[in-house]
Design a protein around this ligand. Sequence first.
Ligand SMILES: N[C@@H](CCC(=O)N[C@@H](CS)C(=O)NCC(=O)O)C(=O)O
Length: 210
Amino acid sequence: MMKLYGLPGACSMAPHIILEELGLDYELVLCDRDKLNTPEHLAVNPMAQVPSLATDDGLMTESVAILLYLDEKYGDGRVAPPPGSWERGQMMMRMMFIASQEHPAFGLWLRPFRWLDDGDEQGRLKAAAEERFAICFRRLEGWLEGRDWLIGDHMTLADTLAFVHARWGLRVDPPTTEYPNIWRFAQNMAEVPSVARVMEQEGIALNATP
Ligand SMILES: N[C@@H](CCC(=O)N[C@@H](CS)C(=O)NCC(=O)O)C(=O)O
């Protein structure tokens, strides 16, 4: 049986949603945030992070890779457009944007102390990262104009990552609630049965914590 290592509301929630949406057999391991840097967890994720997916073939890290693996192996067209289609390329673009531009901006805002020792410098980095996150959210807001989903007419891989970040965005300034399209999207996502089950399993709601 596959095993997903995650933290409540973290980017691991994206593959968690897809495991649940596809009705797959899996075990959720909610990790201890304070024990990510222990030899036991480093054996599962050498970057001291989540997510990791343990499969019969081995261990996989990186949320986007896990999402694509799950889709290609089990998705059968249910959570992503077909390989080679323009729509899949567009979905990939949005996913990569969220994972490689938006996510680091949030990480720098959340933990500037991991990069700089000086308190004033940390404050400046935090402010710059918050502005960068807002630039990313303005792009996401545009993509969701007049749409319920980032691509097509149902939830795809990209929506799961966008939803995770929409929750995170409630903690920054301006918060997600000030982006009408992202906030509408987040509220719709929270109503999707698989997403609601995932939030219940992770013990979270559509609010700013944790
Ligand atoms: N590029 C990685 C990023 C993983 C990552 O940043 N995970 C965060 C949660 S969203 C984490 O484990 N944070 C805990 C920490 O850094 O202490 C991926 O997409 O899987």
